[in-house]
Design a protein around this ligand. Structure first.
Ligand code: ZN
Length: 504
């Protein structure tokens, strides 16, 4: 077999695996939206069959043979070529999948489903002791996983982080988060002592669900989400699932007494969806047709949600429409009052409800604790105390119980250690990319005020979406923006908005 034949066969293999995975995604979407409760057991059998098939394909010796036939050949002579990127990423996935012993994979899957059940009960009763034995097992398994995968520099957390943010290291994240933390704590402190408080109660008036659905749908459409190739449904925990070319599913949840949750949630998921819809359909199932990393994916959702959706210019266009859609809630509200309310900064206990500024401190706290757990420097039983201490230092508040503290997130129960940093990396990427978009496209706020979002969407399509995994995240950001990732654009964005709103 020639190297070129091997390359074509290799792409066939990964495409078929991706097709199989997309069947599982569709079943997952259905499970979260329309499946009757009685279908749970049958669905879990379907999912487990598919997961087994995907794992078998992903670790097949055939992939190893094909990779060996391509690597070092003319096909990958140019390291910057699309073929080289495909081979590099297929090799990475294959190595990760085959390094994990079957026993460990099965044990992780068994423990994570039981740990999630324990976590639900522990959170409900706000009783960390219920979750503790499971957290201990999850951390032990993750430490074992890190050993199996391997890491440089004696930092096992690197191996876990790399799963979600390929190529990123713990040292690099620390270098990025250190100065961010220092400046955020100062900014949030200054806002707290400014004495200014917007009237947030206007967001908790009567916002009928049907009007919210229409309004959110229209906004998602206008920023560029294509509803001929996607849809929006309801779920308890909102997400976006790119099933494949021409089919992307957004979900949200409505509260008739609260406007921001569903609306900004819809913009956020639509941002993820615009990325998925912008991937090259001809490269579907291969690395070149796949998203770069979670940190880049999150940059797209945050950009549309915060940099666009919470901007003054956006509401110059949308506020008159909002008044028409919600006359009871907004007739006596000025655009400025509304703008201040949706941008209120106030320290609170729950990450997913946090504002643009305090959100990142929630992530820095988790990153700190996760690293120590994986390094073996922190025992799981000491997590609540360390959590509350750190929280007090960052926010000047103490969580009254563990449900509002270390038990609030699902991530540790499903083994998602190493996931949290990608949220703040997403915010930093969003800021730096948005700054570059303004440099390239001129006055974006003026376009937003006219209801024009196409230029930004097309810029993102060209610079990010269409290229798939051609470049790793840090190289991509460097190439598109002209410099490597720093905390400065994010802090400039936050100061630009909040210094004015709070008179700092
Ligand atoms: Zn997201």
């Amino acid at each position: 077999m020639t190297p070129n034949d091997a390359y074509i066969k290799l792409l066939d293999e990964v495409r078929t695996t991706a097709l199989l995975e997309s069947c599982s995604s569709l079943l997952g979407w259905d499970e979260q939206t329309y499946m009757p409760a009685g279908g749970a057991e049958h669905r879990s059998r379907q999912q487990s069959l598919l997961a087994g098939m995907v794992h078998e394909r992903a670790t097949s010796p055939r992939i190893g043979e094909l990779l060996a036939a391509v690597e070092g050949s003319d096909v990958v002579a140019d390291p910057a070529s699309p073929a080289s990127a495909n081979v590099r990423e297929i090799r990475r996935d294959f190595d990760r999948a085959t390094k994990l012993p079957r026993r460990l994979v099965e044990e992780e899957s068994r423990v994570s489903s039981l740990a999630q059940q324990a976590w639900i009960e522990a959170r409900k009763k706000s009783d960390f002791v219920i979750f503790l034995p499971w957290l201990e097992q999850v951390v032990a398994l993750k430490r074992e996983e890190a050993q199996a995968i391997g890491y440089g520099n004696g930092v096992p957390y690197d191996a876990l982080l790399d799963q979600f943010e390929p190529g990123m290291t713990t040292a690099e994240v620390k270098r990025l988060f250190g100065p961010l933390q220092e400046e955020l704590v100062k900014l949030i402190g200054a806002i707290a002592t400014s004495g200014k408080r917007p009237d947030r109660t206007i967001l908790s008036r009567n916002y009928p669900v049907e009007a919210q659905r229409q309004f959110g749908l229209n906004a998602a459409k206008q920023i560029g989400f294509d509803f001929d190739s996607g849809r929006l449904d309801e779920t308890a925990h909102p997400f976006c699932s790119g099933i494949g070319p021409g089919d992307c599913r957004l979900t949200t949840r409505y509260n008739p007494q609260h406007f921001p949750g569903a609306f900004f949630g819809t913009l956020h998921e639509a941002g993820h969806g615009i990325y998925d819809q912008g991937l090259d359909p001809a490269a579907y199932g291969t690395p070149l047709g796949s998203a770069v990393s979670l940190g880049i994916h999150e940059s797209q959702s945050r950009m549309w949600e915060n940099f666009v959706g919470r901007s003054r210019a956006f509401w110059q266009h949308f506020f008159p429409k909002a008044r028409q859609a919600f006359p009871e809630a907004l007739t006596d509200v000025s655009p400025e009052t509304f703008y201040a309310a949706i941008n209120d900064v106030e320290p609170s206990f729950i990450r997913v409800e946090a504002d643009e500024a305090t959100y990142n401190l929630h992530i820095l706290l988790r990153f700190d604790i996760e690293q120590q757990l994986v390094a073996g420097d922190l025992a799981p039983r000491d997590v609540p105390a360390v959590w509350n201490d750190t929280f007090r230092r960052y926010f000047n508040l103490t969580p009254p119980n563990d449900s509002l503290g270390c038990l609030q997130d699902i991530h540790w129960s499903f083994g998602g250690i190493g996931y949290f940093p990608t949220y703040t990396l997403g915010n930093m990427n969003a800021a730096q990319l948005f700054t570059a978009a303004q440099r390239d496209l001129g006055d974006l706020p003026a376009a937003f005020a006219r209801g024009e979002f196409q230029p930004l969407k097309e810029w993102l399509n060209e610079k990010i979406h269409r290229r798939g995994k051609l470049l790793r995240a840090s190289r991509l950001v460097e190439e598109v923006t002209g410099s490597s990732l720093t905390h400065h654009p994010l802090m400039q964005h936050l100061h630009g908005k909040f210094d004015e709103l709070y008179g700092l």
